[in-house]
Design a protein around this ligand. Structure first.
Ligand SMILES: [Zn+2]
Length: 183
């Protein structure tokens, strides 16, 4: 389901080595995002670089791209929505307060300012599910209301085609053949 991507990552370790992570993740695996989709076919693609910021905190920067099958809120037809969103995260850790010294330190670091344009994510364990982070980024990038710029006029089309169908069925069915020959 994750092509070329690890299931769990250790952001601190990846950042320490300046690792870049590229690959695809199936939308079907994103249980929270799935509620907003009318089809779970498809993948999200990521191209992320892990690095340390000047305060030695892990950062993730790069992009998430996906074509999400959303439902148009005007005509209720499915529509593919192109998502191409920038990711800029500072990874903060909320450690359980086993060691008061450590928790004090992590508390301090969380109060420090973030680099410009970065958002903080707080992780509760060393290893985190990569797909959860990707899913969070996609959910944030969802349009507030999905709408076609111009909805396909499906009602009009159905009306016209049903009239044509009635005519051919009620009249002599061979008329269709003769029309084809002439055409
Ligand atoms: Zn529409």
């Amino acid at each position: 389901m994750l092509k070329g991507l690890p299931t769990y990552i250790d952001p601190k370790r990846l950042a320490l080595f300046g690792v870049s992570v590229k690959g695809r993740a199936a939308l079907a695996q994103m249980s929270r995002l799935r509620d907003s989709l009318c089809d779970v076919q498809g993948e999200a693609q990521i191209d992320w670089l892990f690095a340390l910021d000047d305060k030695q905190r892990p950062t993730i920067s790069g992009r998430v791209q996906a074509q999400l099958p959303l439902r148009c809120q005007r005509c209720l037809q499915p529509m593919l929505t192109e998502i191409d969103t920038k990711v800029a995260l500072v990874v903060l850790t909320s450690e359980p307060s086993q060691n008061s010294q450590n928790s004090q330190n992590s508390q301090n670091s969380q109060n420090e300012e973030l680099p410009v344009g970065y958002e903080a994510i707080t992780l509760t364990s060393t290893l985190v599910s990569l797909i959860t982070i990707i899913e969070d980024e996609l959910i944030l990038a969802l349009p507030i209301v999905a709408k076609h710029t111009a909805c396909p006029s499906s009602n009009e089309y159905q009306y016209v085609s049903s009239i044509v169908e009635d005519k051919t069925l009620k009249n002599n069915p061979f008329q269709v053949l003769s029309q084809l020959k002439i055409g």
